[in-house]
Ligand binder design. Structure first.
Ligand SMILES: CC(C)(COP(=O)(O)OP(=O)(O)OC[C@H]1O[C@@H](n2cnc3c(N)ncnc32)[C@H](O)[C@@H]1O)[C@@H](O)C(=O)NCCC(=O)NCCS
Ligand SMILES: Nc1ncnc2c1ncn2[C@@H]1O[C@H](COP(=O)(O)OP(=O)(O)OP(=O)(O)O)[C@@H](O)[C@H]1O
Length: 198
């Protein structure tokens, strides 16, 4: 069994995927893959440096994520160019891992954690999509606090995605993460039970 997991930036996807993992699920994480494909010396990192400037590669060969983030969230054209470079290899690696886990662990729940699932029109890959929802005001508050961003910087990141209210409407399963962690865990226990996974 597989589901897609998405939400808005800082709505709590990582928090929920950790909880699902504790409940026996296998997580395939698009953000983690997006870090792996830009490891020092990788062809994707090389392309990024050619397109956006060699100063994005630090002395130790790693990508300066902070600088690239500041660049792409301030300029839609650059963000779309980066998506064109990164999304195909991320998607290919996601597919590869999903197929591998599906054949190795047919009895387990596989959760594909994809921040831009709806923006990239990937909902058709999954029989059901779970959206981690918080109202936008709380998303903004948690994002500013977690990443030390100003309100303006945080809003630029939120605006680079489909509004969370739209994602909530498209969802097959909504997890409300606006209360405490126990309240979120309780909804996941109910979900696992409904699916006969617990
Ligand atoms: C710009 C980068 C280097 C900033 O790195 P940083 O470590 O600060 O953030 P991180 O990777 O943890 O992403 C945090 C969140 O930002 C949001 N986000 C990231 N990239 C994008 C994007 N291109 N468009 C909209 N939102 C995005 C997602 O909600 C993601 O969960 C990085 O986000 C990146 O490589 N982005 C391009 C790849 C991508 O689209 N990733 C998200 C989906 S897989
Ligand atoms: N129920 C909750 N109550 C209070 N804080 C929470 C709750 N859920 C998550 N948080 C905090 O909110 C922030 C965002 O959560 P998390 O990192 O899980 O979001 P995310 O959707 O994975 O983010 P991103 O899109 O950037 O990858 C984190 O600092 C996390 O500790």
């Amino acid at each position: 069994m597989i589901i897609g997991l998405t939400g808005g930036i800082a709505s709590g996807k990582s928090t929920v995927s950790r909880m699902l993992e504790e409940r026996g699920a296998i997580i395939v994480d698009a953000d983690r893959i997006s870090r792996e494909i830009v490891m020092p010396g990788s062809p994707v990192l090389q392309t990024i440096a050619e397109e956006f400037g060699a100063d994005l590669i630090r002395e130790d060969g790693t990508l300066d994520r902070k600088l690239l983030g500041a660049m792409i969230f301030a300029d839609e054209h650059k963000r779309l160019r980066l998506n064109k470079i990164m999304h195909p290899p991320i998607r290919a690696e996601m597919q590869r891992r999903i197929s591998e886990f599906e054949s190795r662990h047919p009895e387990r729940l596989i959760v594909a954690d994809i921040p831009l699932l709806y923006e990239s029109n990937l909902q058709h890959m999954f029989p059901e999509v779970m959206v981690v929802y918080v109202p936008m005001s709380l998303q903004l508050e948690r994002l500013m606090k977690r990443d030390g961003l100003t309100e303006k910087e945080a809003m630029a990141r939120i605006r680079a995605q489909m509004p969370i209210e739209d994602k909530r409407r498209l969802a097959d399963i909504v997890i409300d993460n606006s209360q405490d962690l126990e309240a979120t865990a309780e909804q996941l226990d109910q979900f696992m039970k409904r699916k006969g996974l617990r």
